[in-house]
Design a protein around this ligand. Structure first.
Ligand code: ISE
Length: 325
């Protein structure tokens, strides 16, 4: 993911230059810096990179558990931040980061929930916001991956995978989630011994809208993302990427992508270009740290529901700071 962002910033983003790369592993620093070009500085310590006066803004693309430390360092240094999801791995850590950002008085953090930049989701959002279809009542989503490594756990189906629907559906319907439930169907023969796959996750918002997300990470056939919104006056179905259909041997076939980098290629590019453009005005136009906190408490409730089998409550520990209005 880090190298993907270095490539994006270097080769496909206007107004940004990767001036330094840091990683604990020397070989990874070399690989990253090689993409950025000969003038790119190389660091072992993230603190040294963050505090380098030549660095105006930072990308945090470490594993989730390491985000908090880097976020706090970057806030202290007053640097603009793009942080890959999740904000932090616990809700408490998210609040600590939020507190630091609010105290700094500057809007610094944008989170990597790239689906908000996808053309299809934006078309659904525009249709919903037009009011033409009435209020949304029910959303059917699928998040299917062809396969996952053996290190992927049942909880990761929430933290790594459903986290995208948690954020994007919250953004689509503009209503906070209040409860979570997970139904575990029969397990596919392709799941490794410890993994429950597929899972049906059900979220409900304050006004009663239900979001139902099928997470199936060993579906084998492709990377298949769907979103179907049932409204009072009609149904909106998110468009799929445009590929030709082929007719041959009494069959019609069409390509399905096989990974998120292809499926959301343009969304990744747009989120980063927008983050760079917004820097001139000192604003964060995309998902912010409060969105990261709401996603974290929703994910926590889903993980509790995976084992309890019950409907779990989602309640923020504090009101949204006016800073994020
Ligand atoms: C991965 O981290 C992603 O962000 C992908 O979009 C998701 O489909 C996959 O399940 C995750 O592991």
């Amino acid at each position: 993911m880090g190298r993907s962002h270095i490539d994006r910033l270097t080769n496909r983003t206007q107004g940004a230059e990767v001036v330094a790369v840091a990683d604990m592993v020397d070989a990874l620093v070399e690989k990253g810096a090689a993409i950025a070009g000969p003038n790119c500085k190389k660091y072992k310590s993230e603190a040294d990179l963050i505090n380098d006066p030549a660095v105006d803004a930072v990308f945090i693309v470490t594993p989730g558990f390491a985000h908090k430390e880097a976020l706090l360092l970057a806030i202290k240094a007053g640097k603009r931040i793009f942080c890959e999801k999740p904000l932090c791995t616990t809700a408490e850590d998210c609040l600590e980061v939020i507190d630091a950002e609010v105290k700094s008085g500057k809007h610094l953090i944008q989170l990597g929930f790239m689906r908000r930049y996808d053309k299809g989701y934006n078309e659904v959002k525009a249709a919903l916001d037009s009011g033409e279809y009435g209020s949304p009542l029910l959303l059917h989503c699928t998040h299917r991956n062809p396969e996952v490594p053996d290190s992927y756990t049942t909880a990761m189906a929430v933290h790594d995978t459903a986290i995208h629907e948690i954020d994007v559906t919250h953004w689509l319907v503009n209503d906070d989630f209040v409860s979570a439930q997970v139904i575990m169907p029969k397990v596919t023969k392709y799941a490794h011994a410890e993994l429950a796959d597929p899972q049906l996750m059900i979220l409900q918002t304050k006004s009663g809208i239900v979001v139902e997300d099928e997470v199936f990470v060993n579906c084998k056939f492709g990377y298949d993302i769907n979103c179907h919104v049932v409204c009072e006056d009609g149904v909106i179905e998110m468009p799929q990427p445009l590929y030709p259909t082929y007719r041959k041997n009494a069959q019609i076939t069409q390509t399905i992508d096989t990974d998120c980098f292809v499926r959301f290629h343009d969304a990744y590019d747009d989120e980063v270009q927008n983050w760079v453009n917004d820097a001139a005005e000192g604003i964060i136009g995309g998902p912010n740290a409060w969105d990261g906190y709401l996603a974290a408490i929703t994910a926590d409730a889903l993980v509790r529901a995976q084992t309890s089998g019950k409907v779990e409550t989602i309640k923020p520990a504090q009101e949204k700071p006016a800073f994020y209005d």
